[in-house]
Design a protein around this ligand. Structure first.
Ligand SMILES: [Fe+2]
Ligand SMILES: [Fe+2]
Length: 318
C-alpha cells in the first residue's frame, strides 16, 4: 500500500540528530509523498522548521572510518561521486539567482531559502573534505580547487548545460520558456534524479557498513532539504504546463539534450566498490525520472523511452 504523509511524521519533524537515524530510502520516499503539491510558502515554513546547523556535526569518527576502515577502492569510488556533489552545490548556489529574479513574490521567498540551503550544503562538503579526507585550504575555493582533480567527465554534461541555461535565463529572466527549461534541468533532472541517486549510493554504503556517521547525518538532512526543492520544482513545472501546454516541448527538449549527452564521456565513475553496478544505477535513474514525469504529467515519446535503456549513469548532484 502506498505510504501517506502521516507515515513520514518523523522525517518531517525530527532534528539533525534524529534525521541521522532515519533510513535514506525513507527520506527518498518522503520526497514523493504529499497530499497535493505544496505551495512555495508552505515549503518556506517547512524550511524554517527543518533548517539545520552544519557546524553541529562532529566529523571525528568519520575521519577514523575514512583513514582506517575503508579500503582504497572504496575511498576512490566515494570521492569520485562526492566531488561531483561538492562542485555541484557551489554552482547551484550561484545559478539559482537568475531563476529567483522572476516568478511570483511567494516563489522568490522560497528560492531565497533554497539558495541558503545550497550554500549550507557547500559548507557541509567543505567540512567533509577538510576534516575527513584531509584536504588543505583556508577558503571554500581552496578546497574546491583541490577536489577538482577528482571530478569526473560525467559532471560536465548536466552542470555545463546548467551554466548555459542559467546564463540564457539571466539575459531574459521573465521568459516562461527559459524558466521551464531551467527548472526541468535543475529541479527535475539534477535534483530529482541525479542527486537522489547519488544520495542512495553513498548513504546506502555508509549505512550498510556503519561508516561515516556525520556524513550520513548531514547528507540525509541534505536529502530532506532536497524534498522541498524537488516539490517546489514539480509544482512550478506542473502549474506552467497547465497554464500553457506548449511547455511540454521545453521539458522534452532539455531531457533530449541530457539523454544525448549521456554517452559522451570516456570514463564512467566506478561505483561497484560501494555496492552498485551500472545496471542498478541506470534502473535507479530511470525509476526516479518516471516518478517526476508522472507528477508533472509529461509522457516520454517512444524513441526517448527507448534511449533510456542505454542511458549512461551520471554521478553528480547539487
Ligand atoms: Fe537542492
Ligand atoms: Fe544542495
Amino acid at each position: 500500500m502506498a505510504k501517506t504523509v502521516e507515515d513520514f511524521q518523523i522525517v518531517e519533524d525530527t532534528d539533525l540528530e534524529g534525521i541521522g537515524k532515519v533510513h535514506i530510502d525513507e527520506v527518498i520516499e518522503y520526497v514523493h509523498t504529499f497530499k497535493k503539491l505544496p505551495a512555495p510558502l508552505d515549503l518556506y515554513a517547512r524550511y524554517l522548521k527543518q533548517r539545520w546547523n552544519v557546524y553541529d556535526l562532529d566529523f571525528t569518527q568519520d575521519a577514523v572510518d575514512w583513514h582506517e576502515k575503508m579500503t582504497e577502492d572504496e575511498r576512490q569510488a566515494f570521492i569520485d561521486i562526492s566531488s561531483g556533489f561538492h562542485h555541484g552545490e557551489r554552482q547551484v548556489e550561484v545559478d539559482l539567482v537568475p531563476f529567483m529574479m522572476a516568478g511570483t513574490e511567494d516563489e522568490k521567498i522560497f528560492v531565497s531559502s533554497q539558495i541558503e540551503d545550497e550554500a549550507r550544503h557547500t559548507v557541509f562538503f567543505d567540512r567533509f573534505y577538510k576534516e575527513v579526507v584531509g584536504v588543505p585550504g583556508e577558503t571554500i575555493m581552496d578546497v574546491l580547487d583541490h577536489s577538482y582533480q577528482w571530478l569526473t567527465e560525467t559532471f560536465v554534461g548536466p552542470f555545463g548545460l546548467l551554466a548555459y541555461l542559467a546564463d540564457d535565463l539571466r539575459q531574459n529572466p521573465d521568459d516562461p520558456h527559459r524558466r521551464v527549461k531551467y527548472s526541468t534541468l535543475y529541479h527535475l533532472w539534477i535534483e530529482g534524479v541525479l542527486a537522489l541517486v547519488v544520495m542512495k549510493v553513498t548513504l546506502g554504503f555508509g549505512r550498510d557498513r556503519g561508516f561515516l556517521p556525520a556524513y550520513y547525518t548531514g547528507f540525509t538532512a541534505t536529502c530532506r532539504d532536497e524534498a522541498r526543492h524537488v516539490q517546489f520544482g514539480m509544482k512550478f513545472l506542473y502549474d506552467s504546463l497547465k497554464r500553457d501546454p506548449s511547455h511540454q516541448k521545453d521539458v522534452l527538449q532539455v531531457l533530449q539534450t541530457i539523454f544525448n549527452m549521456g554517452g559522451a564521456v570516456s570514463k564512467v565513475a566506478n561505483t561497484e566498490p560501494l555496492g552498485f553496478d551500472i545496471l542498478q544505477l541506470r534502473e535507479l535513474m530511470v525509476g526516479q525520472l518516471y516518478r517526476k514525469l508522472g507528477i508533472i504529467g509529461v509522457e516520454l515519446p517512444k524513441e526517448m523511452s527507448q534511449q533510456l535503456q542505454s542511458l549512461e549513469p551520471v554521478i553528480a548532484g547539487g
